[in-house]
Design a protein around this ligand. Structure first.
Ligand SMILES: Nc1ncnc2c1ncn2[C@@H]1O[C@H](COP(=O)(O)OP(=O)(O)O)[C@@H](O)[C@H]1O
Ligand SMILES: [Mg+2]
Length: 382
């Protein structure tokens, strides 16, 4: 019997549209001999919709609303979400495994992963902790630093300490040329380079639109290299790719809008020993940052040969121009085979977790699914 895979896409973050493109590519690549596929789109308001056809991704039309288990469907933007009913939502009964490809806040930060865990549904990619750690660039960098993996020098500024982060202070610590970014962001949204006080003030203003915590980083002069990692127990690293932005830095525009905004060189033209060091560092970062399933690790390679981790993406893009699948293709893993491996990895991890005990009172907890009358357990029982 075929397994039912649900691709969850869209979401409330600034990367909603990118997610839809990723979902379309995954949908097209899934091996239909092994899997049945359905698509669940989270709209910008947070409401979940089961799409009856892939075409609705491009022009959403009137998507079908997800039915909650008591048969009530939720209105658009209903804040109670699918948890409006205490019991397991109906869709959870039909789904064997989820491929969540919701980039950014609520999708890549552990929220969606926690929700799926509560429903006991296997899912592709990092678990709650790995997702959360990878999403917050400040926490990510602190862990990397502690693990001995170099990353550009930075300052994290919380909104409440904003006054202390004057340009003068920043220049004293990091130099005149800095990057300002929201701590929890992606696709370069809210990121700007600043080389003067005026640019800095504007960049800080902009970044605080997206987060309560921002990062100011030394701007490094370096080549940008990316490495794809897959796996649980024994992760593997792909060949490297290089991103060569044609103007300024690798902005949202260069990533998705302007086809000539960046050149992707696959494999990257760098010495073998450097490539080996970067792949090794990618696997180290993957472990330090509590990843599982897959991730893309992005690097800076400076002129003097220093290798720095820029960031990790625990739900990397899967658009047709995205590095993650393209790097695997260049390593010898086709797109369909990659998607199959990711889904099978999710199922294996879920099964492995079942071996763990969560309580000493096993006989008591084993029956929590229903009470003697077959009703759902009440919160009070827990
Ligand atoms: N410290 C830095 N020095 C030089 N360039 C940077 C630095 N930080 C970010 N950039 C540029 O900005 C781009 C986006 O930054 P990144 O931290 O990767 O954010 P996102 O998560 O949005 O992709 C990078 O790909 C790079 O081109
Ligand atoms: Mg990036």
């Amino acid at each position: 019997m075929k397994l039912n895979v649900a691709i969850i896409c869209g979401g409330r973050s600034t990367e909603h549209d990118v997610s839809l493109l990723s979902a379309k590519n995954i949908y097209d690549a899934i091996d239909r001999d092994k899997f049945e596929v359905s698509i669940i789109k989270i709209d910008e308001g947070g409401a979940w919709h089961a799409l009856s056809s892939i075409d609705q991704l491009a022009s959403p039309g009137r998507p079908q609303e997800i039915q909650t288990s008591d048969g009530r469907s939720r209105a658009r933007g209903d804040r109670h979400n699918v948890l409006a009913t205490a019991s397991r939502p109906a869709f959870a009964e039909r789904v064997d495994v989820v491929f969540p490809i919701v980039h950014g806040a609520f999708g890549e930060d552990g929220c969606l992963q926690g929700f799926l865990k509560m429903l006991d549904i296997p899912f592709v990619g990092a678990d709650v902790l790995g997702s959360a750690v990878g999403m917050d660039k400040d926490v990510m960098k602190r862990l990397l630093q502690q693990g001995g993996v170099p990353t550009p020098r930075w300052l994290a500024i919380h909104r409440k300490h904003r006054a202390e982060a004057s340009y003068e202070n920043v220049v004293g610590l990091l130099g005149r040329s800095v990057f300002v970014k929201p701590a929890n962001g992606g696709s370069s949204v809210g990121i700007a380079k600043a080389t003067s006080e005026m640019e800095y003030i504007r960049a800080v203003e902009e970044a605080f639109l997206f987060d309560d915590k921002i990062l100011v980083e030394e701007a490094v002069v370096a080549r940008e290299l990316e490495c794809s990692v897959i796996g649980g127990e024994h992760p593997r690293a792909s060949v490297l790719g290089e991103v060569i932005p044609t103007g300024g830095f690798y902005s949202y525009q260069a990533k998705y809008i302007d086809e000539k905004g960046a050149i992707l060189a696959i494999p990257a033209d760098i010495p073998q020993e450097t490539a080996a060091l970067i792949r090794e560092t990618a696997l180290k970062a993957y472990e330090i940052l509590c990843c599982s399933g897959f991730a893309r690790i992005d690097f800076f390679l400076t002129e003097c040969g220093d290798v720095l981790v820029n960031e990790i993406n625990t739900l990397p893009g899967f658009t047709s121009s995205s590095m993650y699948p393209r790097l695997w293709e260049a390593t010898g893993v086709s797109y369909p085979s990659l998607v199959t491996q990711l889904i099978e990895g999710a199922l294996q991890r879920h099964l492995a977790k079942k071996r763990l005990r969560y309580s000493y009172h096993h006989s008591q907890t084993a029956n929590l699914g229903e009470d003697v009358n077959g009703n759902d357990p009440q919160v009070g029982l827990l």
